[in-house]
Every structure is written in C-alpha cells, then in structure tokens.
Write a protein that binds this ligand. Structure first.
Ligand SMILES: CC(C)(COP(=O)(O)OP(=O)(O)OC[C@H]1O[C@@H](n2cnc3c(N)ncnc32)[C@H](O)[C@@H]1OP(=O)(O)O)[C@@H](O)C(=O)NCCC(=O)NCCS
Length: 334
C-alpha cells in the first residue's frame, strides 16, 4: 500500500504516542536508566503534544492504509549561537516497527522544505536515540553527522568508584570564598572547545558573561560544585545542577542530576584529578538521593569523551547536525 505524507495534526497524537512508546521501550532494553514513564503510550503522546507546542513547531505524518506509520516534528530557533535552525527533539520522531527507515527521507523532505525555503533555516539538528542504530544510520545517509553526545550514568551503590587518594591535592565542595578562583577557571573549557578539531564557537561578547557565571557558581542555591586544590591553587572543578524531568525530554529520569561543567587546568591534566572529582561527586549524589547523572559533550572533544566514558557515562542520544549551503534559497539554476 502506498504511503502518503501529510502535515502532522493533533488527531495524529494518539497513534504517534503508540509509535514513540514502542521506540522508547526498545531503547530501554539497551539503556534501562532511561526514564520509564515514556514507555507508556499516553505519556509518550503528551511528550509529542508538548513538542508540537514549541515555538515554530510543525510536523509531517506518514499514512499507510489509513494508519499513521511514522512522523517527524521539528521546531525553529532564531538566535545568536545556533542561528536560524530547526530542531527535532527527543520525542520528535518514530516509525512503525515494520517500516523502512527510508520513510524518514520522505518525512524530512516534506518538513525540511518549509524550514529551508520559507524560514531560511539551513541548520538542522536531530536528537537521535543511540539504541536505534538504524535511525542513526538513516540520518547519516541524509547528510547529518554526530555533533554532541548525551549520556547517563546510573548511580548503583555497589558500582560507585572508590575515592582515590591524590597526594598534595585536596578535593572538596566549593566554598563562598572560591568565587574568584573559579572565575579564573572560566576559560578552560571554551579555550579547549574553540581549538581543532572541535571548533566549537565562543562569541567574544559571551566571554565576560561566562566568567561571571563561574564566579557566581558558589552563590547559586542549586549548584553543587566540587574543586581540586593544590598548593593553594584551584586546579580543577566540576559543577552539577538538579535535572528536572520534563514533559518532552525522553532522556531525563526521576532523581537525576546534570553534570554541567568539568575542567582541569592544562598543566594538571592526566593525573586522575577529574577521576577523583567525579568519584567524590558521585558518592555525594548517591547520599543526597540522586539515582542517575546526566551529561553531554562535543563528540570531537576526545579528552572529554574518553574521561567521561571512563567515569561511567554511557551515551544514549546523539545530537546530529546538518548545515546546508544557504545559497540553496536562491541558487536553484533558475
Ligand atoms: C576532559 C578533562 C576535564 C579531563 O581532565 P583530567 O583531570 O585530565 O581527567 P582524568 O582525571 O580523568 O584523567 C585523564 C587521563 O589521566 C590518566 N591518569 C593519569 N594518572 C591517573 C591516576 N592517578 N588516576 C586516574 N587516571 C590517571 C587517565 O587514565 C586518563 O588517561 P586517558 O585520557 O588516556 O584515558 C580535561 O582534559 C579538560 O579540562 N579538558 C578541557 C575542558 C573540557 O573539554 N571539559 C569538558 C567539557 S564537556
């Protein structure tokens, strides 16, 4: 039976919820730490409804024999860092199990044409579940590449790392008087990220704001900050925030904490200092009722990728990106 691609309507939500719940049940077989609630079709349907309420959101639905056999939903952002961009969030796509991932081609063509020609959004992002390698592969074939990795670390009491003893290094929670020393660490991450082969931008007008952010970490009520001190100097830090589950985020489970920033001064790297910070932080989290830790990193940032994987984080979701030549809005040979 042929497939028809039509605009996604509210009336598609119920069937779409069943498809998404099925995708999520499958993902949880590989990653049981993913939130359980989205395995329920009604909860998954509410995630889709919330995704549709995002600014500039629209979708494409694939209908075969009168039934929804796949959908794709994206929203639009127009701002400084991401530019004019379209985003397929974690609840933004699912296919019926019997369907070929080629269906994504048709859904993306239908939805993406409007992104590009009507809104001038030539940067496209898709949050793709790693547990579905065939979905990831389909986006590769559509010209996307992995840019960011989202990962979870379950805080099992019997799997927590032992606390290493690093001679001459004190690991402790930050204190109010650490603000200035934290501010002096504020360029450690972005200087690494702007360099090859990450080339992640840092807008010059954001440098001071980032410095202020680091200085203010100790005053933020919900920030949990750990520091490493050697000979009176702050040589490394990590900051965490509670990660509230939301209606349309398929990655954040209950009792989750977000690992926001982690950096070690260049001269102190390779001595296991982040290992010691992570071990201290993970024990603290477990004691404070957290059950899962979540973080993300640029896939081209090898030191972060290897460090966080060694500390126990398992990648669950890729942010995949495609940047289309914007001349396509006028260079069509006409
Ligand atoms: C990523 C980063 C935070 C890691 O910091 P670190 O203090 O060097 O990290 P670790 O403590 O985990 O140790 C890293 C290496 O030291 C090794 N090491 C050496 N002595 C060690 C010891 N006594 N105990 C444990 N590990 C030791 C580790 O095995 C590891 O080696 P590997 O990378 O070959 O696997 C650091 O490279 C950094 O600040 N990068 C720039 C900022 C950045 O990208 N931050 C992350 C943003 S998402």
């Amino acid at each position: 039976m042929p497939v028809e691609i039509v605009p996604f309507q509210q009336s598609h939500i119920e069937e779409a919820g069943t498809l998404l719940a099925h995708r999520h049940q499958h993902a949880r077989m590989t990653f049981p730490e993913l939130p359980q609630r989205f395995a329920d079709a009604q909860v998954a349907g509410r995630a889709i409804a919330a995704t549709l309420r995002r600014e500039g959101a629209g979708g494409a639905a694939a209908i075969r024999g009168g039934r929804l056999c796949g959908y794709l939903i994206g929203d639009l952002q127009f701002e400084g860092v991401w530019g004019r961009s379209a985003w397929v969030r974690s609840a933004g796509m699912a296919l019926a199990p019997a369907e070929s991932t080629d269906l994504l081609h048709d859904l993306y063509a239908f939805l993406g044409e409007e992104w590009v020609t009507v809104y001038g959004c030539c940067t496209h992002f898709v949050l793709a579940p790693i547990a579905n390698p065939e979905l990831v592969e389909a986006w590769f074939l559509l010209g996307f590449g992995v840019e960011q990795v989202h990962a979870l670390l379950p805080l099992e009491p019997d799997a927590l790392p032992s606390l290493p003893d690093l001679p001459g290094v004190e690991i402790r929670q930050a204190e109010p008087e650490d603000g200035e020393r934290l501010a002096s660490m504020s360029d450690v991450i972005w200087r690494h990220q702007v360099s090859a082969p990450v080339w992640g931008i840092m807008l010059p007008e954001r440098v001071e704001q980032t410095r202020e952010g680091w200085r203010g970490l100790v005053r933020e009520e919900d920030a949990v900050v750990f520091v490493a001190i050697s000979e009176g100097d702050l040589i490394a830090a990590q900051a965490y925030y509670p990660a509230e589950p939301s209606e349309d985020n398929l990655v954040i489970p209950d009792h989750c904490i977000h690992f926001s920033v982690g950096g070690t001064r260049t001269e102190a790297r390779g001595r296991g200092i982040q290992q010691a910070l992570s071990a201290t932080a993970l024990h603290w989290m477990r004691r404070h009722g957290y059950r899962v830790c979540e973080t993300d990193w640029r896939s081209a940032n090898r030191s972060a990728r290897t460090a966080w994987a060694r500390h126990g984080y398992r990648p669950v979701l890729y942010r995949m990106a495609r940047r289309i030549d914007p001349r396509i809005t006028w260079a069509r040979g006409l």
